[in-house]
Write a protein that binds this ligand. Structure first.
Ligand SMILES: Nc1ncnc2c1ncn2[C@@H]1O[C@H](COP(=O)(O)OP(=O)(O)O)[C@@H](O)[C@H]1O
Ligand SMILES: [Mg+2]
Length: 445
């Protein structure tokens, strides 16, 4: 049997790992697997060391601390974790804003440095399928103003955290093929695999009886469905199924005389009116530009100091693979705006403040928070069951109506997280760190 290099393991560590004493052992780092000479040393510490040849063959960077586990079933040592953050490209502008993909990737890369294992950013173009390796990128600050992406070769990872940041990117053939091939790799776990669409999400969740009371009635937008919904509700939201940032949303309000007043939310707001569902469909056709839309019951959102608000919850899996609230804040719509997205002038306020303002009594606030947490949990579990995919984080928009009843406005599978702190730097930092900690868990460590 051909072996490459040596691994020295102390007796104490070998016992801890449950390692059999044999001269040759199989070792894996990410997707590189090889046989190496095993040397068990008698010393009084729990340590291991790789010979330079072995470290080189496994693409282990010298300074990085890695963990070791023994998979008795596969009879294989596993050195890791190796975590790959998949991105469409490596944005590298001299100046960038804190809500950009670049800011997010740099932040993730820096957080990755303090975790055990190797964390890198990679792109579909950087993979070498033959060798099961990839070029991976880590951010290095070279001066207070400037940093660079430093690249090196790494094994294809144990875990992929998908940060493909746009639906357009996701639809590209190269990305689709890369994702498929990665998911087929034998030791690879992949999470947050795709964007969700508003109509699919509704269909996924509506069969759950615990969620039903919290879902606004929703249908695909057609003239007939619009007519039917208008007969039931005074206010409706028409939303692009694949939209985001509040763009393309049309809020329709039926007045006492049956006139349909509507506001189209784009970069600029536009107000107009129509006499019937048919006319409304006709007048808004050009804005909708052939994109699939949903029509949704409007929720009379509670207001904070005169403006409607909703809760944005970043729901994440942690170090133990369990869901928890990673970050929670309230987005208050800009004056006169029909959406509360921060990108559209909405403002972030602490949820504690708003919950106190709304419910006053501590016991009622606790009870509401528990109710909301349970809704998030059920949504996350249902999404994973129905899609049969793994998610590590979700962005949930929850509206609260005038009676204090929570409603689900939307589920986002690729929530953008700003590196600017809305509330607390610690919470912001942890929200970036958690998916990486979840990756360590997924890798088996
Ligand atoms: N059914 C609704 N009732 C009341 N307000 C809504 C409704 N749907 C959306 N909104 C408002 O519009 C915002 C954007 O809607 P959302 O469904 O989250 O779309 P996007 O993907 O563009 O963020 C919400 O945060 C909320 O303020
Ligand atoms: Mg939203």
């Amino acid at each position: 049997m051909k072996t490459i290099g040596k691994i020295y393991i102390s007796k104490i560590l070998a016992t801890k790992l449950g390692l059999p004493e044999k001269p040759v052992i199989t070792i894996r780092a990410g997707h590189i697997i090889l046989n190496t000479e095993l040397i068990i040393k008698n010393n009084d510490r729990s340590t291991y060391m790789l010979s330079p040849t072995l470290a080189g063959a496994l693409y282990i960077k010298k300074r990085k601390k890695m963990q070791l586990r023994y998979d008795a079933h596969a009879e294989m040592l596993h050195l890791g974790p190796t975590i790959g953050i998949l991105s469409t490209f490596l944005p590298n502008k001299g100046e960038f804003d804190p809500t950009s993909v670049q800011a997010e990737l740099i932040f993730l890369s820096n957080v990755g440095k303090i975790l055990p294992g190797q964390v890198y950013i990679f792109t579909p173009n950087s993979i070498n399928w033959t060798n099961k390796t990839t070029r991976g990128y880590v951010y290095r600050q070279v001066s207070p103003e400037r940093g660079v992406w430093v690249s090196a070769i790494y094994p294809l990872p144990d875990v992929v955290y998908d940060r493909i940041a746009s639906r357009k990117g996701e639809a590209r053939q190269l990305i689709k093929e890369t994702k498929k091939k990665l998911m087929e790799l034998p030791y690879l776990k992949y999470f947050n695999p795709f964007f969700l669409n508003k109509w699919q999400v509704h269909q996924m969740l509506e069969n759950n009886f615990r969620l039903k009371p919290h879902l606004p009635e929703t249908k695909p937008l057609t003239t007939e469905n619009l007519e039917e919904m208008l007969s039931k509700y005074k206010t409706l939201y028409l939303k692009p199924s694949n939209g985001s940032l509040g763009l393309g949303i049309i809020k329709v309000t039926r007045d006492e005389r049956g006139v349909l007043r509507y506001v189209v939310h784009r970069r600029k707001r536009m107000r107009s009116q129509a006499d019937s569902a048919t006319q409304l469909m006709k007048k808004t056709r050009s804005f909708r530009s052939g994109k699939p839309y949903i029509v949704q019951q409007g929720i009379p959102l509670a207001t904070y100091r005169g403006s409607p608000f909703d809760l944005r919850i970043i729901y994440q899996k942690n170090r133990h693979g369990q869901w928890q609230i990673g970050k929670k804040f309230v987005r208050v719509a800009a004056r006169g705006s029909v959406v509360s997205n921060l990108s559209s002038g909405g403002r972030a306020v602490s949820s504690k403040k708003v919950m106190r303002y709304l419910f006053r009594k501590p016991n009622i606030i606790d009870q509401k928070n528990r109710e909301i947490k349970e809704i998030c949990q059920t949504i996350a579990e249902t999404v994973e069951i129905v899609t049969r995919r793994t998610f590590g984080e979700l962005g949930l928009d929850i509206g609260i109506d005038n009676d204090g009843h929570p409603w689900l406005i939307e589920v986002n599978s690729k929530p953008r997280k700003t590196t600017e702190t809305e509330m607390s730097r610690v919470i912001m930092r942890n929200a970036f760190k958690r998916p990486l900690e979840y990756s360590i868990y997924l890798a088996g460590f």
